[in-house]
Design a protein around this ligand. Structure first.
Ligand code: NAP
Ligand code: F7E
Length: 320
């Protein structure tokens, strides 16, 4: 039975990846950090099939002992301070976890077993201002402390491959969303806001930049691409997205329309949600993933919006 270690297993993508690998017959070891409250909401339904171990990307020795104790064949590094807006308020912490956390894990792998296959969760945010569509050869122009940290994570992953011949790959994923998305990210903030307004629990929805355009796909499908990257004969980096961009305004329009409302009656702009520097347009050219991995997303933008609004309506109705 192959063994996979997932850091960030309690996060959105980690929970889908764990489900996917369990279905493939893996023993899934999940690294969780100690906190005063339990953060297993996204993995509660599969918790008994997982091996959960305490560790933290800040703590090198915890990484070494997890790798030594469980001897994984594959490591998926999904842990990060992943919220872009927070990265301006906690720039040093973001660098510690999202950048240096990667090299701590790579060093631990190099020391314990350099044959382990390693996946790094890189991000389309690294492209920032680079002209769209973006692919594996597009130069980076990061626009936030988060994106800068991810650029370090990307290049150190490439560097360990080139320096030590290790099987390390960087998956450059564009925004992926789902009903399990953190509530502060814009898609989930909108789906939750729409559901609250529809159910009479809120009157308005406060947002920042409505014109930013993103390539939004369904997280449940993107985890297969991560796994496929580690099954290749040679390690290479891949861009993963849908190839279609929509604005935050489009997302609002579609989500409110889904429940029979007009977003213009409820959405207000609030400067508190504007960023010091934003990214205007990200859209993936994922021709390489299509050709080499045979990976293609199926869930459309409209289906994603509907899935997220439905899930929030159900959650809020069940809670009332
Ligand atoms: P997420 O929901 O924010 O999950 C982040 C995970 O990292 C959580 O499990 C969190 O644990 C863990 N974590 C944070 N700091 C840690 C630390 N110091 N040590 C160990 N674990 C720590 O993120 P996601 O959306 O699933 O994204 C997964 C990865 O892909 C992240 O690296 C993100 O930056 C990257 N990425 C995401 C997207 C996207 O659109 N979602 C696109 C490209 C790349 P707690 O539960 O304890 O907080
Ligand atoms: O913002 C705008 C905001 O926070 C998207 C992370 O998973 O994907 C994610 O980063 C856009 C930005 O995601 C609000 O200014 C407007 O232009 O949902 P977001 P993100 O910054 O794209 C990448 C690929 C990652 O790697 C990251 O880890 O929406 N926006 N009004 C708003 N954003 C938020 N959060 N809240 C608002 O009220």
């Amino acid at each position: 039975m192959p063994i996979a270690l997932i850091t960030g297993i309690t996060g959105q993508a980690g929970s889908y990846l764990a489900e996917f690998l369990l279905a493939k017959g893996y023993q899934v070891v999940g690294m969780v950090r100690r906190s005063s409250t339990v953060t297993y909401e996204r993995i509660e339904h599969i918790k008994h099939d997982l091996t959960l171990v305490q560790g933290d990307l800040h703590d090198q020795s915890s990484l070494v002992s997890i790798l030594s104790n469980y001897q994984p064949d594959e490591v998926y590094n999904l842990a990060a301070q992943s919220f872009v807006a927070t990265s301006w308020n906690q720039a040093v912490l973001t660098g510690e976890v999202t950048a240096l956390g990667v090299v701590r894990l790579l060093e631990a792998i190099r020391m314990v077993n350099p044959k382990i296959r390693f996946y790094q969760a890189s991000s389309s945010e690294m492209f920032g201002r680079a002209p769209a569509p973006q692919n594996e050869t597009t130069p980076f122009h990061p626009r936030s402390p988060y994106a800068v940290a991810k650029v370090y994570g990307h290049w150190i992953t490439v560097n360990y491959r080139e320096s030590y011949g290790m099987f390390t790959v960087s998956g450059i994923l564009f925004n992926h969303e789902s009903p399990r998305r953190g509530i502060e990210f814009v898609t989930r903030k909108i789906s939750d806001g729409v559901a609250r307004i529809k159910l009479g629990l809120a009157k308005e929805l406060l947002l920042g930049n409505l014109e930013a355009r993103r390539d939004w796909g369904f997280a449940g499908e993107y985890v297969e691409a991560m796994w496929k990257m580690l099954q290749q004969e040679t390690p290479e980096d891949f861009v993963i997205g849908t190839g279609v961009a929509h604005s935050v305004r489009d997302f609002c329009e579609a989500a409110f329309r889904y429940v029979g409302l007009n977003y213009l009656d409820y959405v207000r702009q609030d400067p508190r949600f504007m960023r010091p520097a934003d990214v205007d347009l990200l859209v993936a050219d994922c021709a390489k993933a299509r050709q080499k991995l045979g990976w293609m997303p199926k869930v459309t933008f409209e289906e994603l919006v509907a899935m997220m609004v439905e899930a929030d309506l159900k959650r809020l109705k069940d809670a009332s």
